[in-house]
Design a protein around this ligand. Sequence first.
Ligand SMILES: [Zn+2]
Length: 314
Amino acid sequence: MPSRFSIQDYIPAYSEEGCAGALFAAKWPDGFRCPRCAHPHYYKVSSRGRHLFECSSCAHQTSLTAGTVLEGTRTPLAKWFQAMFLMQIGISAKLLAELIQVTYKTAWLINHKLRHAVGEWDRGRPLTGDLQLLGEYYGYEYHRYFSSMLVQGELRPQPVVVGVSLDGAGDVSHVKMKAVDGPEGDHPAVRGGTGGEESVKHFVHKHVAGGEVSGHAELLQPGHHGQSRAHQAWREAMRWLARTFGGIGPKHLQAYLNEFCFRRICRSEALTELIASCGSTKTITYRELVGARSGVRPIKWVFRRPARSQQHIG
Ligand SMILES: [Zn+2]
């Protein structure tokens, strides 16, 4: 990964007009449509520094960002677009804040709103065809190396299912990594087992087209020596999370995994796809983000001391 100084040189100096044009095209790919009456013509009007589009039929006014991920923002469009550009690399909010000159909180919020658009992009694209399915455990590696045996026994790593669609040449055409509920009370990975078949079943039901495997599916065992495409993708994701963020807590893990997969699938098309998704995705608020439930049963990552034995008062 290039240093921040060289990244700075690569960031395009977008103009507000250029970004407005790109967002307009992402929001209305078939041309303007009044959100109230679907009329295709408008007047541009300015109100208190905001640029509004007034329907020439019903006079309804709408802003460019309304109904997009950028709705309600006070950050210039150019900075949003620079953040989208930088999501092609996958950087932390701390570095983003420095590079586009916003506060840490703004950078954090922009990154998470972009990940929200990525999540919507992902939702509409289930896996298809020949699959590799791998049940893994996030957090396991870290604790294996840095924790005592006692702590390892107490920790509950987050089960994740990695699903990969393979094309005719055996290359990855699509990949998803989903945090899932693990087997209740039991963590086979910690004990060196395989497990997770229930999780894989649930994953197929939710993330494979039609809810079932249509082609060939290979069910893989977890482990760092696996050479399959799914193992490789998982290791890449873990390296990115460890190097860029020093690891991720369970609450937002899913958003980061979505971001990784999005980049891995879209490659050179990532920026175009991200802009399009931002234009068609309703925003998520800070409150929703920090209170967001991932749909995954929360798993305690902190070390729990063994419960003190009850004192008998005789
Ligand atoms: Zn109208």
